[in-house]
Write a protein that binds this ligand. Structure first.
Ligand SMILES: [Fe+2]
Ligand SMILES: [Fe+2]
Length: 135
């Protein structure tokens, strides 16, 4: 059974700029998993994983831009969490280069965890600040 991570209302932060990015990230995750499930080649999977990584970096960049702009009080801690996620993602991507598609479930599990846990415990903390600044 193909593995699908569904969007839940509780993931909505009420800020379209951010919510749209989180949703798109989830879509890219599901795409990568579908590709794995449909036995796409490692080359094809590599492209999807690369897209995911680039989108994650773009998304972190968006959040961090607002941290600076709004002088977010929890900025340092949050940026540190982003760095940890990036580091772990790079390690898993290197493993993917060696082991190929077999790595996809582990990679997607990690990304799913990241989306749900990071969004619920870290991203939710900036909602008040971002909204106060009109986002
Ligand atoms: Fe974040
Ligand atoms: Fe986020």
């Amino acid at each position: 059974m193909a593995h699908h991570v569904d969007w839940k209302d509780e993931y909505d932060l009420g800020m379209p700029i951010i919510d749209t990015q989180h949703k798109h990230f989830l879509e890219l995750m599901n795409q990568a998993y579908d590709a794995f499930y449909n036995k796409q080649t490692d080359e094809e999977l590599a492209v999807l994983i690369e897209n995911l990584k680039n989108y994650a970096l773009l998304h972190f960049g968006t959040e961090e831009k607002y941290f600076d702009l709004f002088n977010y009080e929890n900025k340092e801690e949050h940026v540190k969490k982003h760095l940890e996620l990036k580091g772990k993602l790079m390690i898993l991507m290197k493993e993917f280069q060696v082991k190929g598609g077999d790595m996809i479930p582990e990679l997607i599990d990690f990304l799913e965890d990241w989306l749900v846990v990071h969004l619920n415990y870290e991203d939710k903390k900036y909602v008040r600040c971002f909204k106060e600044h009109g986002l």
